[in-house]
Design a protein around this ligand. Sequence first.
Ligand code: GTP
Ligand code: MG
Length: 238
Amino acid sequence: LFNDVINNSDLELPALSYDEVQLVYSQTKQIIGTMVEYKELMMMYTCAIKEVKTKFDVLNTEFNVRYRRNPIEFISTRLKRTSSIAEKLQRKSLAMTPKNIEDNLSDVAGVRVICAYIDDIYAIADALIKQDDITLIARKDYIANPKPNGYRSLHLIVSVPVFFAEEKRDMRVEVQIRTIAMDFWASLEHQLKYKQAVDNEQEIVDRLRACAEVISSTDREMLSIRSEIEQAADIPSE
Ligand code: GTP
Ligand code: MG
């Protein structure tokens, strides 16, 4: 390409000096190099998601045999969108480079686990953290300490090794574990955040917080009912 631009007079390009062409060439090469690196990094995060998801699938299968029920209702995964990655780095005044992504973002790879009962959340989280290839980087218990708006979930940032053909990479994954009810609340609250209730915003916030309280007491009551039934039926509990 470089020689073509220099030598081919058929190309109707503005006259550029040798130095200018060289600069454009080296910058283009750098951009393409970064794009390839970015794509590879995203592939690695995708694989890290698979590793963590499989671990939860395995735990769910084991619990099913051991306790005759599924602690996990479903698992969803997501890779952070490029535009969201760029936005978050910009907020931190950092350039969009693969190194900055790896060093500064913990939520590029996301796994969300939805459980039926509150005790399953902690059982599943502890079972994951105990695994010797998992490193716990951060744990935020928004169930014991809900956010002021009423948000509840257990958040974990873990690091998991992923084996590729030529190397092993420790990748960070954000795990959110919550009940079906907490998930219902969080999805709705998330949607409403973007709808911008114009005049009655405070009222909406208050009503959402009230819903979160009702949901929380329902979650606790459902767990208590399940425990009583299990005791009566002599089913082993976790
Ligand atoms: P982010 O920079 O937004 O990722 O937040 P953080 O680094 O302070 O981490 P935190 O653990 O508080 O939140 C991480 C993720 O949890 C968010 O990206 C959301 O997916 C979810 N989350 C946290 N707070 C709320 C909330 O109030 N409502 C909803 N719907 N989701 C929340
Ligand atoms: Mg986030």
